[in-house]
Design a protein around this ligand. Sequence first.
Ligand code: FVH
Length: 296
Amino acid sequence: MSDVSVIGLGAMGSALAAALLKSGLSVTLWNRSPAKAEALVAKGAVAAESVKDAVEASKLVVACLLVYDTVYEAFEPAKDALAGRTLVNLTNGTPAQAREMAQWAATRGADYLDGGIMAVPPMIGQAEALILYSGAHTAFEAHGKPLGALGAARYLGDDAGLAPLHDIALLTAMYGLFSGVTHAFALTGSEKVPAEKFLPMLSNWLGAVMTWLPDMARRIDSGDYRSDVVSNLEMQAAAFDNFIAASEGQGVSSELIAPMFELLKKAVASGYGDADQASLVEMIRTRWCGLLGFPF
Ligand code: FVH
């Protein structure tokens, strides 16, 4: 028996297995392409002949594969071996996929934890690597040592969908930031301002913008979008016209920023012209939100 079995040895699965070995745990491996196990075997891991052998080798089975369909496909020959084990699935997926997989694992008698990795492979094993978990709390508690060896483990609740929900929320925030900074670099670059010269100004500005987030969160939770507004949406929509025109005038496509302009115009047309930026969250909700208690 090993302490942990790792299924999937891509860039991330290999980093997870290496961190487990480094922490002194015994590790059994399985990957569709067996050659990827070789470097880890040289560090002390055991390569299983089949995914079923790998699952049977440990009470804790960590899967990190490309997508959820891959997980079902890979585990098909081992599904009856999961009973009495804990399956931790660190594959990127949606909340609905995580809930469905929790059911799938339960019908096979396994405890299930879904996970979201907020790190890139070189960060794994360090405190900066935040890993979100949701699902069976007893399993999270029971496997504290191996989960802690991967990074900072944060448990979000019994609902398996919570880890991917937070994972995707954080990643979409990151891509929103990438959209804005990509556009900003393209704009300054259109006048040959080197990106590295513009960078300190950009970083300081984004730091200032970050200080507005607590007020935004407070407004979203309370629904208070109209008190003490200093930058209302009507003003923002009017200014945004210039952002589009300036971009086009500088030879920069407005495709990354145009959706925000459309949303601002929709908000103004919907009677939110005097409201705060935070109210835009109401424009993109497409279903009842029980948290705030009224329909949108
Ligand atoms: N790498 C990253 O920066 C991010 C960080 C945040 C989390 N993501 C998610 O982690 C999952 C795995 O990502 P990865 O980087 O390890 O991905 P790859 O290096 O492409 O490895 C993919 C593994 O999946 C195996 N695989 C693919 N298809 C199948 C299949 N049909 N049956 C069995 N296994 C399959 C593949 O096997 P092989 O190609 O080596 O034979 C790799 O083990 C992912 O959800 C990220 O979103 C990573």
